[in-house]
Structure formats: structure tokens, C-alpha cells
Write a protein of this length. Structure first.
Length: 288
């Protein structure tokens, strides 16, 4: 009886290693399967991360493109705003100067009327003020000899008196010199001109040189134009009419305000009062 029990127990112990081996095999197989699943999951996660990184890079590139476009738009808006500010400053400056310039032109007209009183009475000079243009019209007979291009002493004297006003109240005005003739060009001994165009142009240049070289007007203020016989005041149908059309006109108009000059005007500090003005102001304050 005891031997049978012992034999049965030994039989069970003989199967134990095999059972353990089977269990180990099952555990190993399960671990390998689990490891394979974990590796596949890691690969899938890595692929997903790569896709997300690629998408992020594309999104970053898109954002950079948008940012660059916004920066370009911002610069364009800044330039537009600056241009509007310049334009507004120019308009503001022109508006502020318009009334003062008109007053100065009226004063210049009166000054010219006083200094050119004699040629005005003789009908050799005509003055006019229209809008922002002051015109001084001088007859040929006081400026030049017939068909000549050299100024007469009387003509030089008239220009000298006019230039004194041009340098003063109208120092910021341009001076456009326009010379006119008629269709009849008398021959003058030693005259180099052969056509009305050449005669009118040469006379305009002679007046400009007199104003610039002799009377000290800045050359950038001056211009010379010859119109020949093609802008008559009256029809060239009689000797008196032709004589009236032979003339030189000096047109004075304000120098246009540019954005640069407007910007300078906006940035310039206000002028300081003189010592005399400061003392007068202090005295007035003390009296109060």
C-alpha cells in the first residue's frame, strides 16, 4: 500500500519539469507576442509623430508666408500713411501760406506801381494780379531796339526796379519770362536772328540773364520762353496792334510746396522770439 502511494507520488514529480517547461514556453510565447504588439504600436506612434511633424513644418511654412505677406502689407500701409501725411502737410502748409502770399502779392503790386510809375503812365508797362499770378508786361519799345536782342538802358532800369520787388516780398515766387513778337520781322543791321521764334527766344533769354546775372535773382527761380507771334493780345491786323503784341511778360507765381519741404516745415522747431520781443513781453506781463 505504501509502495503504491510512493510510486504515484514519484510519477507526479516526474511530470513537474515538463509542466514547468510548458508553462515557460507559454509565458515566452505570450511575451514575444506582447513584445511584437508593443513594437508595432511604437512604430505606428513614431509614424504618427513623423506625420504630425511634417504637418507642423508645413503649417509653420504657411504661417511664415502669411507673416511675410502681412509685413509687406504693413510696409505698404506705412508708406501710404506717410504719403497721406505728407500730402496733408503740404495742403496744410499751402493753406497757411495762401493768405499770406496773397497779401504779399498785393503789397508787391502796390510797390511796383510806385517804382514803375512813369513807364506805367506812358503805357510801356502794365501790371495785373489774377488768382496767384502777378504779371508785369513790358512793351518792346522800352526794352529793345526794333528786331534787337540787347536791352536798352531804359529797359535795364525797368528790370532793376522790378527785381527789387522780386527779391523782397516775392522772394519765394518763380519768375517766368515770356517774350512775344509779331509776324513782321524787320531787318536789323548785325542782328543774328532770322525768325520770329529766334527773336522772341533771344529776348526772353536776355531778360533772364539781366535778372539773374545783374540783379541777383536765383537761377532756379527763372525760366525763359519765346512764343514768336503765336500768342497775340490782339489781332496782328494793324501797326498799332502789332506794336501792342511785341512785348515781354514777367509772370510771378508761388513755388509749389513739395512733400519734402512740407515734412521739413512740420519738423522744424518754432522760431524763438528775439531779445527785444522777449523784453517787451516781460514788460507787458509785469504791467498786468
Amino acid at each position: 500500500m505504501d509502495d503504491a502511494r510512493t510510486e504515484a507520488a514519484l510519477g507526479r514529480w516526474r511530470w513537474l519539469p515538463w509542466g514547468l517547461l510548458a508553462v515557460a514556453a507559454v509565458v515566452a510565447s505570450t511575451g514575444a507576442w506582447l513584445g511584437s504588439r508593443s513594437f508595432q504600436a511604437l512604430e505606428a506612434h513614431s509614424a504618427q509623430l513623423e506625420r504630425e511633424a511634417t504637418e507642423s513644418e508645413a503649417h509653420v511654412a504657411q504661417l511664415q508666408t502669411v507673416r511675410q505677406a502681412m509685413e509687406r502689407r504693413l510696409r505698404a500701409l506705412e508708406r501710404q500713411q506717410q504719403a497721406q501725411e505728407w500730402s496733408g502737410a503740404a495742403a496744410e502748409l499751402q493753406a497757411k501760406n495762401a493768405e499770406a502770399q496773397h497779401t504779399r502779392r498785393e503789397a508787391a503790386l502796390e510797390a511796383l506801381g510806385r517804382s514803375l510809375k512813369d513807364p506805367l503812365k506812358a503805357g510801356d508797362v502794365t501790371l495785373s494780379l489774377e488768382d496767384d499770378t502777378l504779371s508785369v508786361e513790358v512793351s518792346e519799345r522800352i526794352l529793345f531796339a526794333p528786331a534787337g536782342t540787347a536791352l536798352t538802358p531804359e529797359g535795364a532800369a525797368v528790370l532793376k526796379q522790378a527785381a527789387a520787388v522780386f527779391r523782397g516780398p516775392l522772394a519765394d515766387h518763380r519768375v517766368a519770362v515770356e517774350a512775344h513778337t509779331d509776324e513782321v520781322l524787320p531787318a536789323a543791321p548785325g542782328s543774328p536772328t532770322t525768325t520770329a521764334w529766334e527773336l522772341s527766344a533771344a529776348r526772353a533769354v536776355a531778360v533772364v540773364r539781366q535778372l539773374g546775372e545783374r540783379e541777383g535773382l536765383a537761377p532756379e527761380r527763372l525760366s525763359a520762353t519765346g512764343h514768336a507771334a503765336y500768342r497775340p493780345r490782339v489781332p496782328n491786323d494793324s501797326p498799332p496792334h502789332r506794336a501792342s503784341n511785341r512785348r515781354v511778360t514777367l509772370r510771378l507765381s508761388p513755388t509749389p510746396v513739395t512733400p519734402e519741404s512740407a515734412a521739413v516745415a512740420r519738423t522744424e522747431p518754432p522760431s524763438r522770439p528775439s531779445k527785444r520781443q522777449a523784453k517787451a513781453k516781460a514788460k507787458k506781463t509785469a504791467q498786468r
